[in-house]
Design a protein around this ligand. Structure first.
Ligand SMILES: *Cc1c(COP(=O)(O)O)cnc(C)c1O
Length: 804
C-alpha cells in the first residue's frame, strides 16, 4: 500500500504528466482527476493480478448484461474498496485541498433510470467482493438520465453531459473495436451439402468500441470490469456511397451510427417502442457476445463445453436478443446443429424479470425486426416453431397453451414478445422478491410455469452495504465498527449482534445522536442549495424514487394536504414534521409530471402559511440521483414504501432506508414483506390492502365507490385539488381529481384511511424518542439478509453454477 507521501507525489505527477498542470494552478476538478488517475493505477495492478488468478483457476465467468448501470460517483467507493480512503484524504488535505469538495466535483454516472440500473451497480460491487469472475456489460451513453430542474413548480429536463470522454475511470480499448452488422436482407441458399444456408446480405456495419471501468471488490483483492460500449461507424462501410461521390450522405450515415450510444432512454417501467432503442439493445448484445466468444476461444476450442465456463444473466428482457445472437453465431458461424446450439444457449442464459406492469413488457413489431435484424427474425421464427411443436406434442389436449406461449403476439400488428423469448431461451427465470416471484408464476406467465415449473425461482434483491451504509453513513459505520469490529462490511448478518445492545440506553442514545447529526448535515445542504431552513428535530418523512402512479406519491401528498387542512381548518396541532420528496418523471409521462407540480404547489402553500410554522414543512428536492440519495437516506426517520400491493417488484430503497435506521411505513408489497418479517412487525408501520384484496377490489369495479361512499377526511383532501387553494387555476389538477374519483386504478382512496391511521401512530411514537431509536436499532440489526452479497451468493449457487 502506498504511503501518504507517495499518493501526494503521484497526484502531482498525474497533474503534471497526464493533465499538463501544476499544483499551484489546479482546481478542485483537476485534483479530482489526478487523484482518480492515481487510484486507477492501484486498481490496474489488482486487475492484472485478478486476471492471472482467474485464468489459472479456470474460473467460470459470469456476464451480466444490462441496458442500465446507475453507478453514481466512484471516487469514495473506489478509495474505500482499495483501502486507501484515509491515506488519500490526508494526502489531499496536505496538498491544501478540502477532501469533501474534491469528491463533490465528480459528476454522477447516471447510466440508468432507477432501481433496475442501481441493482446492476450493487451487483457488480458484490460480485467483485465475493471474488466471482464476472463482468458487467452495458452501453456508454454520452448523455445519462436527464438533469431535473424545477421551474414554476414543474419539472424541466436538461441534458446530462457527464463528460464521459474525459472520465478518469473509463479506459478506452480502441484496438478491440468490433464490427456489428445491421439491416440488409436474407438470401435463401444451400451449402455444398444441400443444407439450408441463408445468407444475410447488404448489411451495414456499426462499430462497437469497448471502454472498461474497473470494479474493485471490498479489500481490493478482486478487480473485475464493467465494459461499456460506445458506437461509432466504420470507415469502410459507406465505401459504396463514397464511390458514388455522395460524400455528405456518407458522413451523415456515420453520424447516425454514432447516435446509437448517444442517449439513455429516460422512461422507467414503460417501454419506448422506438427503433433506436431496439438498435441499442441489439448493439449491446452483439458487442457482448463478441467478447464472450473471444474470451472463450482463449480457454477452449470445444464450443459445446461453453456452458461449463460461461454464464449469462439478462437484467430484464432488454438484452434478451443475446439468446438469438448466440444462436446465430453458433449455427451460422460455428456451423453447429440447431439442437446442439439450442442446448448450449439455454444452459448458458438466465433471465431476471423486473416488472408485472403490462405497459413495461417489451414487444417489438415484426416489421421493425425485418428491417433491422432480418436474420434474427428468422431465428426467432425457428425457435418458436420448434418450441410450439414440442408443446403441442406433449400437451395435445391443451391447444389453448399455444397462443399464450408463442413468441409472437398475433392480435393487432404482429409483434415479438421479448419476455416469452427470454423465458424459452433461459434455464432459469427469477423474480426479485418472494411475492413478485409468486405473482410471475400465478398471474404473469402461468402457462410457462405449467410447462416448466423447474425454471422458476426467486432471488430477492439486495443493496451493497459498502456504498449504502459504510460510505453513505460514516457516522453509523464508525459506531458499528466500534461495537462489532469491521466484519459486518462483508458479512452483514454480523449486525445481528447489535440486538443485545438495544436495551442499553447509552447505545440507543448514540443511535439517536448519529441520526441527528445526519439530519443536521442534510439541513445544511438543503439550506445551501434550496435556501430553505428545516428543523433537524422534526420527524423526517421521506419518499424518494421515480415518480410513478403505482408508487403512489399521490397518496403521500394527499395525506399531507389532509394534515395541512387539519391544522388550518380544524385547529389541530401536530409535532414538527418534514415531508421530503424527490424523484424524476419520464419526460412523456403527463400524470407523473402533474404529481410533481402538485407536490411543489402544496409545498409552496404549506411552507408560506404562518399557521403551519413549526408543525409542517414540505419540500421537493431537485434532481434525485445516487449522490443525493446518499445524503437523504441516512437522515430519514420514516421511509415511505407505499406502492399499491402487487405492483412494486421488490424495491431497493426500502432496504437502504431500513439499513440506515429509518422505520418503514409501507404496504405488503415487494420486499417490504420480507423486510417486515426480518425487523419484526412491531418495528414497521403496515397499512393498506394486500395484493389479493387489491385484485378483488379492482375486479368488483369498486374504484370510485369509495369516493362516493365517502369519508369526510378523504372528501376534503380530494376536493382541495380543484378548489384553487394550491393553484389559482382550478382546472390544473383536474386530471388527478378525475382519476381519483372515476378510475382509481392504484387504489389511493381505498388505502387512504388505513395510511392516515398508520401515519398518526408513527407520529405519536416519534415523541417517545428512546423507544423510537431502539426500534431503529432493531431495524439496522436485522437487515443482514438485504445485502446484495446474499443475493449474489444465491444467483451464483442456484443459477450460475459458480462457487460452493
Ligand atoms: C435505490 C435507488 C432507486 C430505487 O428506488 P426504489 O424506491 O426502490 O424505486 C432509484 N434511484 C436511485 C438514485 C436509487 O439510489
Amino acid at each position: 500500500m502506498p504511503s501518504i507521501e507517495e499518493i501526494k507525489k503521484s497526484v502531482i505527477s498525474k497533474l503534471r504528466y497526464s493533465l499538463c498542470l501544476e499544483l499551484e494552478s489546479a482546481t478542485n476538478a483537476d485534483i479530482f482527476n489526478a487523484l482518480a488517475l492515481t487510484l486507477r493505477d492501484y486498481q490496474l495492478d489488482g486487475f492484472f493480478n485478478t486476471r492471472k488468478v482467474q485464468k489459472a483457476t479456470k474460473s467460470k465467468r459470469l456476464y451480466y448484461l444490462s441496458m442500465e448501470f446507475l453507478l453514481g460517483q466512484s471516487l469514495r467507493n473506489n478509495l474505500t474498496n482499495v483501502g486507501l480512503l484515509q491515506q488519500a484524504k490526508q494526502a489531499i488535505e496536505e496538498l491544501g485541498f478540502d477532501f469533501e469538495q474534491i469528491t463533490a466535483e465528480e459528476p454522477d454516472a447516471a447510466l440508468g433510470n432507477g432501481g433496475l440500473g442501481r441493482l446492476a451497480a450493487c451487483f457488480i460491487d458484490s460480485m467483485a467482493t465475493l471474488d466471482i469472475a464476472a463482468s458487467g456489460h452495458g452501453i456508454k451513453y454520452e448523455y445519462g438520465l436527464f438533469k431535473q430542474v424545477i421551474q414554476n413548480n414543474k419539472q424541466v429536463e436538461q441534458p446530462d453531459d457527464w463528460h464521459s470522454t474525459h472520465s478518469p475511470w473509463l479506459i478506452e480499448h480502441h484496438s478491440q473495436l468490433m464490427l456489428i452488422p445491421i439491416g440488409g436482407h436474407i438470401e435463401e441458399g444451400e451449402d455444398s451439402e444441400g443444407n439450408y444456408n441463408p445468407m444475410w446480405m447488404d448489411w451495414k456495419v456499426l462499430v462497437g468500441i469497448p471502454h472498461d471501468y474497473l470494479v474493485t471488490g471490498y479489500g481490493g483483492k478482486t478487480v473485475n470490469t464493467l465494459r461499456l460500449y460506445s458506437a461509432g461507424a466504420s470507415d469502410s462501410f459507406d465505401v459504396h456511397i463514397f464511390n458514388r461521390g455522395d460524400y455528405l450522405r456518407a458522413v451523415s450515415e456515420k453520424i447516425a451510427s454514432e447516435n446509437i450510444s448517444k442517449i439513455l432512454y429516460p422512461a422507467d417501467e414503460i417501454q419506448s417502442g422506438k427503433e433506436l432503442r431496439l438498435t441499442q439493445e441489439y448493439f449491446l448484445v452483439a458487442c457482448t457476445l463478441r467478447d464472450i466468444f473471444h474470451d472463450y476461444a482463449q480457454i477452449s476450442s470445444d464450443i459445446t463445453a461453453l456452458p461449463d465456463s460461461v454464464a449469462i444473466q439478462l437484467n430484464d428482457t432488454h438484452p434478451a436478443l443475446a439468446i438469438v445472437e448466440m444462436m446465430r453465431v453458433l449455427v451460422d458461424e460455428h456451423r453447429l446443429d440447431w439442437a446442439v446450439a439450442w442446448g448450449i444457449t439455454q444452459k448458458t442464459c438466465a433471465f431476471t424479470n423486473h416488472t408485472l406492469m403490462p405497459e413495461a413488457l417489451e414487444t417489438w413489431p415484426v416489421a421493425l425486426f425485418e428491417k433491422l435484424l432480418p436474420r434474427h427474425l428468422q431465428i426467432i421464427y425457428e425457435i418458436n416453431h420448434r418450441f410450439l411443436d414440442e408443446v403441442a406434442e406433449k400437451w395435445p389436449d391443451k391447444p389453448h397453451l399455444l397462443a399464450s406461449l408463442s413468441l409472437f403476439e398475433e392480435r393487432g400488428e404482429k409483434k415479438v414478445r421479448m419476455a416469452n423469448l427470454a423465458i424459452v431461451g433461459s434455464h432459469k427465470v427469477n423474480g426479485v422478491a418472494k411475492l413478485h416471484s409468486e405473482l410471475i408464476t400465478q398471474t404473469l406467465v402461468p402457462d410457462f410455469y405449467f410447462i416448466t415449473p423447474e425454471k422458476f425461482t426467486n432471488q430477492t434483491n439486495g443493496v451493497t452495504p459498502r456504498r449504502w451504509l459504510q460510505q453513505a453513513n460514516p457516522n453509523l459505520a464508525t459506531f458499528l465498527t466500534r461495537q462489532l469490529g469491521n466484519g459486518w462490511v462483508t458479512d452483514l448478518d454480523k449486525l445481528q449482534r447489535l440486538k443485545k445492545l438495544a436495551k442499553d440506553s447509552g447505545v440507543v442514545e448514540e443511535i439517536q445522536a448519529i441520526k441527528l447529526k445526519n439530519k443536521q448535515a442534510l439541513c445544511r445542504q438543503i439550506a445551501a442549495q434550496q435556501g430553505v431552513q428545516l428543523d433537524p428535530l422534526a420527524m423526517f418523512d421521506c419518499q424518494v424514487k421515480r415518480i410513478h402512479e403505482y408508487k403512489r406519491q399521490l397518496l403521500n401528498i394527499l395525506h399531507v394536504i389532509h394534515a395541512y387542512l387539519e391544522i388550518v381548518e380544524s385547529g389541530h396541532t401536530q409535532a414538527p414534521k418534514v415531508h421530503l420528496f424527490a424523484g424524476k418523471a419520464a419526460p412523456g409521462y403527463a400524470m407523473a409530471k402533474l404529481i410533481i407540480q402538485l407536490i411543489n404547489e402544496v409545498a409552496r402553500k404549506v411552507n408560506s402559511d404562518p399557521r403551519t410554522k413549526g408543525q409542517l414543512s414540505v419540500l421537493f428536492l431537485e434532481d434525485y440521483k445516487v449522490s443525493l440519495a446518499e445524503h437523504i437516506i441516512p437522515a430519514t426517520d420514516l421511509s415511505e414504501q407505499i406502492s399499491t400491493a402487487g405492483t412494486e417488484a421488490s424495491g431497493t430503497s426500502n432496504m437502504k432506508f431500513a439499513m440506515n435506521g429509518a422505520l418503514t411505513i409501507g404496504t405488503l408489497d415487494g420486499a417490504n414483506i420480507e423486510i417486515r418479517d426480518a425487523v419484526g412487525e412491531e418495528n414497521f408501520y403496515l397499512f393498506g390492502a394486500n395484493a389479493d384484496e387489491i385484485n378483488t377490489h379492482r375486479q368488483a369495479g369498486s374504484h370510485n365507490r369509495i369516493y362516493q361512499n365517502n369519508d369526510p377526511a378523504i372528501n376534503r383532501a380530494v376536493e382541495a385539488l380543484i378548489s384553487g387553494r394550491f393553484n389559482a387555476d382550478t382546472s390544473i389538477f383536474w386530471p388527478i381529481y378525475h382519476m381519483l374519483t372515476e378510475g382509481d386504478h392504484y387504489c389511493h382512496l381505498l388505502d387512504f384511511d388505513s395510511y392516515r391511521i398508520a401515519q398518526q401512530q408513527a407520529q405519536a411514537d416519534f415523541s417517545q424518542q428512546l423507544q423510537w431509536h431502539q426500534r431503529a436499532l432493531l431495524n439496522i440489526a436485522n437487515m443482514g439478509s438485504f445485502s446484495s452479497d446474499r443475493t449474489i451468493k444465491g444467483y451464483a449457487t442456484e443459477i450460475w453454477g459458480i462457487g460452493s
